[in-house]
Design a protein around this ligand. Sequence first.
Ligand SMILES: [Zn+2]
Length: 258
Amino acid sequence: MPEHTIYAVKYAGPFNVYGGYLVWQWDMATTGFEWENWYLWCIRGGADTVVIDTGADPELTRRRKKSPLFENPVDVLARVGVEAAAVKHVVLTHMHWDHVGGVHLFPQATFYMQEAEFRFWTQDPLAARPPFANLTDNASLEYLAGLEGTERLVLLNGDREILPGIECLSAPGHTPGLQAVAVDTALGRAIVGSDAAHVFRNYDEDWPSAFSMDLAGCLRTYEKLRTIASSTDLIFPGHDVLMYDDYPLVAEGVTQLV
Ligand SMILES: [Zn+2]
């Protein structure tokens, strides 16, 4: 059984956000702020490097975030010897622009995502309405839609091991078809949860982010991920600054989670 290493690759942040956004209806009436980073993740130890999410296109980030605190995900990956243009496997957790806006940066990759997520964002008229449309970008949706029917886009229906010791897990709640990724490591089974939860505190307190399409779905997903992970310490959220601040730095922007 391969024992993989998991890296958090920070490409943007830290950004200031309302506390009530990271934790559902928490301190909504106050002006309390919290911090978040934006990440992709990288798994090594098997035959091929696997990247989870793509980060966003740098030009898109520049236009949408009025902040200089971002980098090209390609440059951050290069610091740990990963050449984005040569990566063969990319798992897409969900179709928010900060997670899939950089799909074109991985021109050789096969993308793995849940079919429910793909169908919602590319075909459901609801996805074009303001609260959803605001979270996507058309360029990456069109890029992925153009791959449908080719070997570069694998649409999953539920849990599936895609490579030895790397399993995609259906984990809806934040979005209709979000998937987490279970990874066999030296410490046991770890889970890259992406935005199934925004911060560790969501899991610790059993209290999802306000940024949830389906609150009940989020809680069911938490139960599932806790059952599968070898330890609750091995379930990683999508945006917590602690993934950068509390883990060993292996290169500028990159920490080793497991
Ligand atoms: Zn998201």
